[in-house]
Design a protein around this ligand. Sequence first.
Ligand SMILES: Cc1cc2nc3c(=O)[nH]c(=O)nc-3n(C[C@H](O)[C@H](O)[C@H](O)COP(=O)(O)OP(=O)(O)OC[C@H]3O[C@@H](n4cnc5c(N)ncnc54)[C@H](O)[C@@H]3O)c2cc1C
Length: 215
Amino acid sequence: MRERLRTTVRRIPGKQVTDREVLDQVLDAALVAHVAVPAPGRLAVVPVGTARDGDRLLIHGSNASQAFRFLATGVETCTTITLLDGVVVARSQFESSMNYRSAMLFGAYRALEGEEKERGLAVLAEALMPGMTQARTPSAKELAATSVLALPLTEWSLKVSAKNEPEDASEDFDREVWGGVVPLHHSWGTPITAPGLPGDPAVPEALATWPEGRS
Ligand SMILES: Cc1cc2nc3c(=O)[nH]c(=O)nc-3n(C[C@H](O)[C@H](O)[C@H](O)COP(=O)(O)OP(=O)(O)OC[C@H]3O[C@@H](n4cnc5c(N)ncnc54)[C@H](O)[C@@H]3O)c2cc1C
């Protein structure tokens, strides 16, 4: 019962989407998650790079990070993913809003170890810099300095706002002021090659053609 309650959208419930495929699309489009770190006396929300690995979300960070050390204890937390798709400009400030796809994931992270950890890092690397298969994999020392945490995608909510036009209040219908939607599209710029690379390697195809929509 408790699980159902905390993932049921109450405010504008028509925006709730329960289709797991849509959740996966949102998680796959996101490179960044915001993770609540409910450490006593130093509550924080930490932005981190992220990747979906099947039925779980992966994050990684330094073992020296207070946030990662605390999350690795298995504390219950909430992670959000937000994709901003545009601004809805109404003829009143009150009715103006945003178009978005936004997920809230509840649960506890688990620290991965051994082969599972190495595999998790490979999934993260492919998501965060696709096609860089030639990049060196972590040494034993680097592995030891890194935490990889996994969150099962068992308890989540997804809210999608996709307005084609603002919902003006009737008293504003005759107001001669612009209203509408300003869409926001995300796209990658042209990769800038680091100076002095030996052998003049080409930009990996997957990086050069990274699809739009990742934000
Ligand atoms: C980019 C962006 C900008 C926003 N700007 C504003 C703003 O300026 N002002 C404002 O009031 N609201 C804004 N929202 C909506 C906001 O995130 C909340 O949905 C809203 O404030 C209602 O909160 P609540 O606690 O009353 O929700 P409730 O409906 O009571 O929340 C109940 C449950 O619904 C789910 N839920 C609620 N909100 C979300 C969400 N956004 N994504 C996924 N699951 C959710 C959670 O599981 C939550 O526990 C914005 C959302 C996004 C993504």
